[in-house]
Design a binder for this molecule. Structure first.
Ligand code: BGC
Length: 250
């Protein structure tokens, strides 16, 4: 069977990253390219950066996957917590397809990261309930039961201690409040215990920027459920975006 390589793009609050991904192995076949997310991160400004990124990767094929930090339904953004508000109601797939002259399939960034980990990483072959939490500028989530994804769970927006969870614990909050790793770990543990009460997962996988620094705060994660950092760390978003496009070329 011929290997299919697809360009995956991960749009985040601070960076827009992309690489071509081998769909059989889940490995990056090109170096990851990263550009800063423009400020303000309006559709026009972000689209321009994505078009530049596609060019920079040298990608020649037709299909592109894009993970986006919002509720994404049928290609349309329905929220915008970590990206400019003007995205709400915008058809991400339409505007990116037009700008890149390719077919772009968009999905929530955490759902994308979760798919990658379920297919090629720590969730591979795990049935039962797996909860992936991405922790970076925002707090994202992906929930799987017997390998099936429940899209757009947005567990970063549940209420915890009278505030939106991602305001209580995220990398943005860590920097803003200058939290020590112990304080960060304890807050994160409180959040994970809350999630445990809600969805009773069998495994929690941590993705996003801060998952690669797991050993700095893991000793304070005393939640009963097993917690493990993503195998692909921050690359999971790119890999999953490509994978989602590969499997959902509507
Ligand atoms: C957004 C989610 C996203 C997460 C991580 C949250 O603020 O609401 O859609 O998955 O940030 O980027």
């Amino acid at each position: 069977m011929q290997t299919k390589n697809i360009l995956g793009i991960d749009v985040g609050a601070s960076g827009i990253k992309g690489a071509i991904v081998n769909m059989e192995t889940g490995e990056l076949v090109t170096e990851r390219i990263k550009f800063d997310t423009p400020k303000p991160s309006t559709p026009k400004a972000v689209t321009k950066v994505i078009a530049k990124l596609v060019k920079a990767t040298g990608y020649k094929d037709e299909l592109i996957g894009c993970g986006f930090p919002a509720i994404v339904k049928h290609g349309v953004a329905h929220s915008a917590a970590n990206i400019d508000d003007s995205w709400i109601g915008t058809n991400i797939e339409k505007i990116l397809s037009k700008a890149t002259k390719r077919k772009v399939v968009a999905t929530n960034d955490a759902d994308a990261a979760g798919l990658a980990e379920m297919r090629y990483g720590k969730g591979k072959g795990v049935m039962d309930s797996v909860l992936l939490i991405t922790i970076g500028s925002g707090l994202g989530s992906a929930l799987f039961t017997d390998g099936y994804l429940v899209r757009n769970t947005e567990f970063g927006h549940v209420y915890l201690n009278d505030q939106v969870a991602e305001h209580f614990i995220s990398n943005t909050t860590r920097k803003k409040l200058d939290l020590t790793w112990e304080e960060f770990g304890k807050r994160f543990n409180e959040y994970l215990e809350h999630m445990e009460r809600i969805v009773s997962p069998d495994l929690i996988i941590l993705g996003g920027g801060i998952s690669s620094r797991f050993e700095l705060y893991s000793e304070w994660l005393t939640v009963k459920t097993k917690v493990t950092p993503a195998e692909m760390f921050n690359h999971a978003g790119i890999i999953g975006a490509a994978l989602y496009a590969h499997e959902n070329q509507h």
